[in-house]
Write a protein of this length. Structure first.
Length: 30
């Protein structure tokens, strides 16, 4: 499962980092 705290931490630091993180999640899901 995805940790909400982890997502918030990445999003707070850098939007680009969050976008890359989400992209990786979609690759794994797909």
């Amino acid at each position: 499962m995805i940790r909400k705290g982890q997502v918030r931490e990445i999003g707070g630091r850098n939007i680009t980092a969050q976008a890359s993180f989400v992209a990786k999640l979609f690759e794994i899901a797909a």
